[in-house]
Design a binder for this molecule. Structure first.
Ligand code: ATP
Ligand code: MG
Length: 204
């Protein structure tokens, strides 16, 4: 893998999209080619699957397979070619979201997620993952007032507590990759922390 694969994670309203946009601007201003993308989504097919995932009722098994189907298309068509040509890939959510939402949040078995993960992306993992950690109450306040809630955003606070615990476990298991960012800081405080770490990644 020649390029650098950076993912942003956290519960809904944690601040991912805000800081994805800033990080992309920062990298592009330094002359890097950046593929800015998101999950579920990132290709025409995967965006269509996203619409189903966010708005149609379905079982947990179906949900789990659809997120990985979308991911496979995204990897094949966009992420892997970009990394191969040496570009940066900055992605709003990736497989840690599946562990946190479908796993910790909804109770999908770890063996199933692990099996699908290794089938769909083999040994590939992000170079760096920023986990935006905020209290579920803070995230809910930030979300309120924005557009109508989707199937995930309309879950209760207990669901988001489990999802947050899921992220906590992921971060504890892979501290070299997953960096916890205190998402309760101001936008400028968080931006400075990210830029410092991105500068480090750029020099590797
Ligand atoms: N560090 C921050 N401090 C205060 N407010 C913030 C911060 N980061 C983001 N916000 C605000 O919180 C709201 C949610 O942020 P954002 O949309 O970036 O979250 P998200 O994690 O992408 O959410 P979702 O998962 O629903 O897409 C926005 O109104 C944004 O301006
Ligand atoms: Mg977002």
């Amino acid at each position: 893998m020649k390029g650098c694969f950076v993912t942003f994670e956290g519960i809904d309203g944690a601040g991912k999209s805000t800081h994805v946009a800033q990080s992309i601007d920062w990298l592009r201003a330094r002359g890097h080619e950046v593929l800015a993308t998101r999950e579920p989504g990132g290709t025409e097919l995967a965006e269509a699957l996203r619409e189903l995932l966010l708005h149609r009722p379905m079982s947990l098994e179906t949900e789990l397979m659809l997120v990985f189907a979308a991911r496979r298309d995204h990897l094949e068509r966009r992420i892997l070619p970009a990394l191969e040509r040496g570009a940066w890939v900055v992605c709003d959510r990736f497989t840690d979201s599946t562990w946190a939402y479908q796993g910790a949040g909804r109770g999908a078995a770890a063996e199933r997620i692990a099996w699908l993960e290794s089938w769909v992306h083999g040994a590939l993992q992000p170079t760096r993952t920023y986990w935006f950690d905020v209290e579920p109450e803070v995230a809910a306040r930030r979300r309120s007032g924005s557009r109508a809630s989707d199937r995930f955003e309309s879950e209760d606070i207990e669901f988001f507590r489990r999802v947050r615990d899921g992220y906590r476990q992921r971060a504890a298991a892979d501290p070299a990759r997953i960096v916890r960012i205190d998402g309760s800081g101001s936008v400028d405080e968080v931006r400075e922390i990210l830029e410092e770490d991105l500068a480090r990644l750029c020099s590797i």
